[in-house]
Design a protein around this ligand. Structure first.
Ligand SMILES: C[S@@+](CC[C@H](N)C(=O)[O-])C[C@H]1O[C@@H](n2cnc3c(N)ncnc32)[C@H](O)[C@@H]1O
Length: 181
């Protein structure tokens, strides 16, 4: 970890890309110390350096109107104004107790966090913002967003990334909107 901290930003980015392209299913997961801890994947010829894609993404992210924030969601949306569109893609609520995917990152993202996020969605709704949010279709999430139930869309998402307890294949996901389409 201390070695990683001494790397330049470009070296760190290269390390993450290499790990992402060679680890199990491209999963991103860190342990309680914030260190990458995904097992290695089985790839015959991982495409680690995709120059065209890297350059295109770099060009896009460097546009003056693109701003990347590394903040808690409540903080990140504080300045949202009436008419703004916001999309939340939080760590998903686990679909079963065995699929405890709550250790998604060093801080975890448990049901209290899901409830806190719902309060932020309510606040943005009152402020006149347009909100879209995705999550898994669990009883807990359906219940949490019942105020928006006529604006919940169920989608069958093909999942490539799953924790152990979660079966691969189609898993119902929900899209919650605070406006009608
Ligand atoms: C389902 S992933 C989003 C994936 C992303 N949409 C993409 O396509 O790469 C959930 C993300 O929420 C982030 N996250 C966890 N806790 C957060 C918090 N309190 N505030 C903001 N983001 C958080 C995680 O680090 C993770 O990157």
């Amino acid at each position: 970890m201390s070695k990683y901290k001494n790397l330049s930003a470009v070296e760190r980015a290269a390390r993450i890309i290499y790990l992402n392209k060679t680890c199990y299913n491209g999963l991103f997961r860190v342990n309680s110390q914030g260190q990458f801890n995904v097992p290695f994947g089985r790839y015959k010829k991982p495409n680690i350096l995709d120059e065209d894609v890297l350059k295109a993404v770099s060009k896009y992210l460097n546009k003056p109107q693109v701003k990347l924030l590394n903040l808690d969601f409540a903080e990140a949306v504080k300045k949202a104004k009436k008419g703004d569109f916001l999309y939340f893609d939080p760590p998903y609520d686990p679909v079963s107790d065995t699929a405890s995917f709550t250790g998604y990152d060093a801080n975890g993202f448990n049901r209290n966090q899901q409830e806190r996020l719902k309060e932020v969605v309510d606040d943005l709704t009152q402020r006149g913002c347009r909100v879209m949010l995705s999550n898994s279709q669990t009883d807990f999430i359906m219940d949490l967003y019942q105020d928006y139930q006529d604006k919940i869309h169920i989608v069958k998402a093909a999942r490539n990334i799953n924790s152990k307890g979660l079966k691969r294949g189609k898993v119902n996901e929900i899209i919650v909107l605070n406006f009608s389409v």
